[in-house]
Design a protein around this ligand. Structure first.
Ligand code: FAD
Ligand code: SF4
Length: 517
């Protein structure tokens, strides 16, 4: 065998760089399902099933092209990618291994170490899926005092001529945030378009049974599994999003409502992260809707900002800052994650709703992740790594390069060092902690009307835990943020509280911590 081309579960792209020069006469593909990828964090059954089903469909499509695929199924009982690869190399004796850069630092190290130990060269190729390379990001970051997504995003829009007229951004502005992000108000959302639903085929059904048997204690309800597992299904999900949801995406991007998990969100992250979809086709379809007049610019820009801006930016942060990034803990937070994150059993209605939906569907939208589950962990002072383990486990779209900066940096403000390792007032993911009281959740959702707590109360039996913990957070970190340009004002507000009230907040916060951790 000349080349053994390694294809990982998040590299299901027929035009991947790994296939450049592929010669079916002399080369073959290698794919492996191993238990460690579902157990190094306790991966939700939904997440495992999505990866395995999509991998099996991809392998079939490659075989249908006449390509040889050496596939280790989970049933073979192989524990690690390293073990599976070692067995394949011993059997097939390839001259060279070819791999497109993987999405996780841990996996890259494992494959590199294995190849070295086996004495077979490993050729690592650029991941062309993204608009930008890690080198582009590193060049952008070099010499900058502060890294900000907005600067990187604007540079990418210019370079790729996305929403650009002449040499100006469409509509004369780069950012339409002020027109987006409305709440629903008491009447709630108008009728939400139906979710595209893919009934499991024979391959998926086999995987669902397998995952249920192999990982019985893991969270996730497989009875509801309907995620796209092929490129054709992913393309249909994209089309339906562009036609039905994109026009309202931006306007209600941050809003939340009981019993409405999907709202106007695209639900495309898993298909993008598995590489069933290319971000260029997603961005082009959104821009085309604006040009055709079927979706307003504010919505389209709001959406493109997520895909071309945030998604590319977090990847740059991850690969330029790993492996140290994983150990950042700028706010010195060490509590364990409350057990109810794994069950949804809590009296806090917002968490009950968001965690319940997450465990059931493997999905929550950005504000639910940031301002409900993420916010509580931030305010409590949960160890960032424990928070990271939960997020990497429970979402179908969780791949470490995108999950980690969002969790550790954006939601927990734990990455408070600059790119070159100096202390920064804000980390590269956020210029300040996303700290808020329960009143933010009350404004953006109807969760509080079903809750036994009151979002405006900071002390007493019915005080909203978010609100108590917000003030406690400010007191605990007052010194750290006293001269922080974007936090000083919030810290100053502490002066409005009497000594008794501060003591009562502290006591109540301690009580909450004891009860939940
Ligand atoms: P939409 O709301 O429709 O957004 C469109 C697309 O933009 C998404 O599909 C996604 O590809 C991209 N996008 C949006 N926000 C971000 C972001 N902050 N960073 C990177 N890409 C973004 N996204 C993941 O793909 N995997 C994760 O594991 C993940 N973990 C997160 C953890 C936390 C704490 C937070 C705050 C965010 C996380 N995100 C993650 C980002 C975002 O929440 C999800 O991409 C989004 O909710 C997925 O749903 P959607 O496809 O309907 O997205
Ligand atoms: Fe959540 Fe507080 Fe509202 Fe209850 S009152 S739903 S805990 S924000």
């Amino acid at each position: 065998l000349r080349h053994l081309v390694l294809v990982l579960g998040d590299q299901l792209d027929h035009s991947s760089s790994a296939f450049d020069g592929f010669d079916p006469q002399h080369d073959a593909l290698w794919m492996a399902e191993v238990s460690q990828e579902s157990t190094h964090v306790p991966s939700s059954k939904l997440r495992s099933a999505l990866f395995l089903s999509a991998m099996r469909h991809f392998a079939s499509a490659c075989r249908a092209r006449g390509w040889r695929v050496h596939y280790t199924p989970l049933e073979a009982g192989v524990a690690t990618l390293a073990d599976a690869l070692a067995a394949a190399v011993a059997r097939l004796r390839p001259q060279r291994l070819i791999l497109t850069a993987p999405g996780e630092w841990r996996v890259l190290q494992a494959l590199r170490t294995t190849a070295r130990a086996l004495g077979v060269p490993l050729e690592l190729r650029e991941d062309r899926h993204f608009f930008s390379t890690v080198r582009d990001f590193a060049a952008h970051a070099r010499g900058r005092k502060q890294l900000r997504m907005e600067h990187f995003y604007r540079a990418l829009r210019q370079r790729h001529r996305v929403l650009i007229d002449g040499d100006q951004p469409c509509g004369g502005r780069w950012n339409f945030d002020t027109e987006n992000r409305a709440a629903f108000g008491p009447a709630g959302p108008p009728p939400v378009p139906a979710r595209v639903h893919f009934s499991p085929d024979a391959t998926t059904r086999e995987v669902l049974t397998l995952v249920d048997q192999r990982f019985p204690g893991h969270v996730g309800d497989l009875a509801t599994f309907d995620w796209p597992v092929t490129r054709e299904q992913a393309l249909l999900t994209l089309k339906r999003f562009i036609d039905e949801r994109l026009p309202y995406f931006g306007h209600w991007q941050d809003a939340m409502w009981r019993g409405e998990p999907w709202l106007w969100h695209s639900q495309l992250s898993a298909a993008l992260n598995l590489k069933l979809l290319n971000p260029r086709e997603v961005v082009a379809a959104a821009e085309a809707a604006y040009r055709a007049g079927t979706a307003p610019l504010a919505s389209v820009e709001g959406f493109i900002r997520q895909v071309l801006g945030w998604r590319e930016y977090v990847r740059g942060i991850y690969w330029t800052q790993m492996p140290e990034y994983l150990d950042r803990n700028a706010l010195d937070a060490h509590l364990p994650l409350p057990a109810f994150y794994w069950t949804g059993e809590t009296e806090m209605a917002c968490l009950r709703e968001v965690i319940g939906q997450t465990l059931r569907l493997g999905y929550a939208h950005h504000i639910q992740r940031l301002m409900v589950t993420g916010l509580l962990a931030l305010l409590l002072g949960v160890a960032p790594k424990a928070v990271h383990t939960w997020y990497l486990s429970v979402y179908v779209d969780a791949v470490e390069w995108v999950e980690l900066p969002n969790v550790l940096g954006m939601s927990q403000f734990a990455d408070g060092l600059t790119a070159d390792g100096r202390p920064a007032p804000g980390g590269p993911m956020a210029s300040k902690p996303y700290a808020a009281t329960g009143q933010y959740i009350a404004r953006m959702s109807n969760y509080c009307s079903a809750c036994r707590y009151r979002p405006h109360q900071r002390t007493g039996d019915t005080a909203c835990p978010f609100t108590t913990l917000y003030w406690d957070f400010l007191m605990r970190h007052a010194k750290r943020f006293a001269s922080h340009p974007r936090m000083a004002l919030q810290v100053k507000n502490l002066a409005r509280l009497s000594a008794e009230e501060r003591a009562a907040i502290r006591a109540r916060a301690d009580e909450i911590r004891r009860a939940v951790t």
